[in-house]
Ligand binder design. Sequence first.
Ligand SMILES: [Cu+2]
Length: 439
Amino acid sequence: MSGTRRRFFQDAAVLGAGFFGLSKSLQAQNEQSMPMHPREAHHGNGAATSAFLPMITPDVADLAHELDGGVKVFHLVAEPVKKKIAPFKTIDAWGYNGSCPGPTIQVQQGDRVRVVFENRLPESTTLHWHGLEIPIEQDGVPYISQKPVAPGEKYVYEFTVHQEGTFFYHAHSAMQEMMGQIGFFVAHLERDYKPRVDHDYGLILQEWAVLPSNSVPNTAAMEYNWLTFNGVCGPMATPLLARLGSRVRLRIVNLGMDHHPIHLHGHQFVVTGTEGGRAPESTWYPMNTVLVGVAQARVVEFEAKYPGAWMIHCHLPHHMMNSMMDLLRDRQIETADQTEAKAMSQMESLARSVPFEHVHPAPVAPDAEKVPGFPQDAFMEMGMDEVVEKPETYGLPKNWSAGMMGMMTMIRVLPEKEYDAILARKKAPSMQMEHRHGS
Ligand SMILES: [Cu+2]
């Protein structure tokens, strides 16, 4: 794309924002005079030097690129990945470059992109560029647009990205998709939209059917017992961070069998984009739950107005839990009737057998087992703060991890000092250790 054409798109975007956008952009300019440095939190290496604000994919790395003339060259390798999705569950997923989901690719609108793809899977595969308007030879559909890439073979994709927005790459084979073969492909504007955001985060929604004592996902299943954001369940998902008063963008994509209503606590957001790019501001209206359907991207933005640790989670009840059945291992479920005392004691012993130190912080009534239906969540809620400790969890209330399960993470809206304290811990991980030993 020529510079003139690119400028036209940017001008159109700013004009399209209208009066509301104008006042917001003035406000954003004022915010810029405040010491806000969200870029310092970014650990990606592919796009960190660009003018646009890179997206952060918590728990997933960015894919670095090299330049060949004007072409950004990426290397992607499809391969099996041992993936720890919860402290007590590691699965045999398939992904890219040792990562599941695959590493995040970030480019700029107008870029020429080359992806040197290598297949180290035991079967043939391709790479599809979901949502991108590219020539048919680059579409990555086996037999239709190309020959399947055989095990051990390489294939080179190359195209110009004339769109902006939230896209993704995935294998174009149903079972491989359900083995985990997806990654972000984000195309940025040269400068951000107005109002500009201070934080930009990406979440990939996936679901897994893995039987107890098994590590291989059942890709033919219709029911799922493990639900992940960026390949990890709560409480392993790394909390998102936002400075109090900042504007946050969340990009959410779904490649699974179910649609996920993603809910944000304590704030209202607007949907500013889909898998097709930016939505006009006239279409924005306040909400706090957005249904992210299969193959869709939903981009939401909000002002982080209220300090606290605010949940972001799928609201389907079965997607808000981890599979306790895994703790059964080689034992059998003796009864499915929860009113039986035997079932209750089994669940309790199950919960106690988790192979690391944890607590069940919520009290139960002395005669709980006399109440039909008990237990429900009593032994599901496991405090394991130390097991999942990292700089981003610093300062959370004791036993916070007992409230996090399944497709669940949080955004911590933090006043200046607390935000900076966590940033300091991210830069010097040893501080985290000192804290643990000192307390
Ligand atoms: Cu869900």
